[in-house]
Design a protein around this ligand. Structure first.
Ligand code: XMP
Length: 377
């Protein structure tokens, strides 16, 4: 836009953009032609703050405590006597949604935890132990790893892998739901960024997030409950803590719905998943040992499809290459590769090649987002 429409005046311009911001003070309409929400935008936060607090007159009085209290009251009343089913992926969002609804309706909430066999080392057991053993949540765990692997066999195209996992997840969930008899409502851990990202805008699909609103279209439920729909990730974590979930669980880094399948490039096999799990746990441990876990926002290993020649003792080896990925970011929409100390990288690399037979080379990913994405697929 070069000229503002009638009633508006230009309030900011750049060398290239003659109208970078405009306003109509009478009607209280304001617009910008850049992204104030992106962390690289200087004064971006200030612009948003001014708009929300000074112009819209909102007050920063959101508190996890109040949210939890009023949500429990609300669901106690609207879900009274109803049976609610929740698809638990093992991630933070669905876990917090489960803990919240459990406080409201107790055993009437039935969580189906579809373990697709693509979680990190020990994660499925940990989730089950914490939710079922610790909190007493009514949880059905379905170990469907083999099913997912069969469907993924021979598939190496990333979007295809994501689609297959999404479909299979629904299928497994549907089968389990049928076994449970009459259910009144379906609950989901949808959070606000999911709502935005799966919105109706014309933006291109970079990656299809399988855990976004996929279930309701397929399974007909009278009622859909999304208690976290208006919350951002950090608010969800606060709510989780308020509900008494362990910090280790609530502050876990993001993990993609399709799991390790998008961190094994090319075809996903049991063998490759095994190698990746071991390398990943070593890398994460080394980051934690160095006290960097809160300084780096996401860190993990990727098993590339590339094999290379190495030497061990007097023998030739021919093993996989692991890529280590660590990023710093505010919002995961843009991200910088983390400047990890060489010693941390050296320890991780040394341990991985020594301890994980089948991995003979380790590389560090020094690409930011954009142009790369955080995940490799
Ligand atoms: P990308 O790779 O798109 O990732 O830069 C941005 C953030 O989103 C996470 N991610 C996912 N999260 N379902 C999710 O809930 C998904 O399918 C998915 N794919 C990527 C990724 O780990 C990063 O934090």
């Amino acid at each position: 836009m070069k000229k503002p429409p009638e009633g508006f005046k230009t309030i900011a311009r750049t060398e290239k953009c003659p109208c970078a911001a405009l306003c109509d003070d009478n009607r209280k309409l304001y617009g910008v032609q850049f992204h104030p929400e992106v962390s690289h935008t200087v004064y971006g936060r200030q612009i948003i703050r001014n708009f929300i607090f000074s112009i819209c007159g909102c007050r920063p009085d959101w508190k996890a405590e109040n949210f939890v209290e009023s949500a429990i009251q609300k669901y106690k009343s609207v879900l009274s006597g109803k049976k609610v089913l929740l698809a638990l992926s093992g991630g933070v969002d669905s876990t917090v949604a489960a803990a919240l609804l459990h406080k409201a309706i107790g055993r009437n909430l039935i969580c189906v935890f579809v373990d697709h066999g693509l979680l990190r080392k020990g994660e499925g057991d940990y989730v089950e132990k914490t939710l079922s053993g610790g909190l007493g949540i009514n949880l059905v765990r379905v170990n469907a790893g083999d099913r997912f692997l069969t469907r993924l066999s021979g598939v190496s195209e990333p979007e295809k892998k994501r689609k297959i996992i999404g479909e299979e997840f629904i299928r497994v969930f549907e089968e389990e739901a049928k076994k449970l008899g009459a259910i009144d409502a379906l609950a989901q851990g949808t959070i606000y960024p999911d709502v935005i990202e799966s919105g109706s805008g014309g933006s291109a699909v970079i990656k299809s997030h399988h855990n976004v609103g996929g279930l309701p279209d397929v399974i007909a439920f009278k009622e859909i409950i999304e208690p976290l729909r208006d919350l951002f990730k950090d608010e969800v974590r606060e709510v989780g803590e308020q509900l008494g979930l362990p910090g280790k669980l609530v502050w876990r880094q993001p993990f993609p719905g399709p799991g390790l399948a998008v961190r094994v490039t090319g075809e996903v096999t049991k063998e490759k998943l095994g190698l990746l799990r071991e390398a990943d746990v070593i890398f994460r441990k080394e980051i934690e040992n160095a006290g960097l876990e809160r300084k780096v926002n996401q860190y993990f290993a990727v098993l590339t499809d590339s094999r290379s020649v190495g030497v061990m003792g007097d023998t030739r080896t021919y093993g996989y290459t692991v890529a280590l990925r660590a990023v710093t970011t505010d919002d995961f929409m843009t991200a910088e590769w983390a400047r990890l100390p060489y010693e941390v990288l050296a320890r991780a690399s040394g341990r991985i090649t020594n301890e994980v037979r089948g991995i003979t080379r380790v590389v560090y990913d020094i690409t930011s987002k954009p142009p790369a994405t955080v995940e490799w697929e």
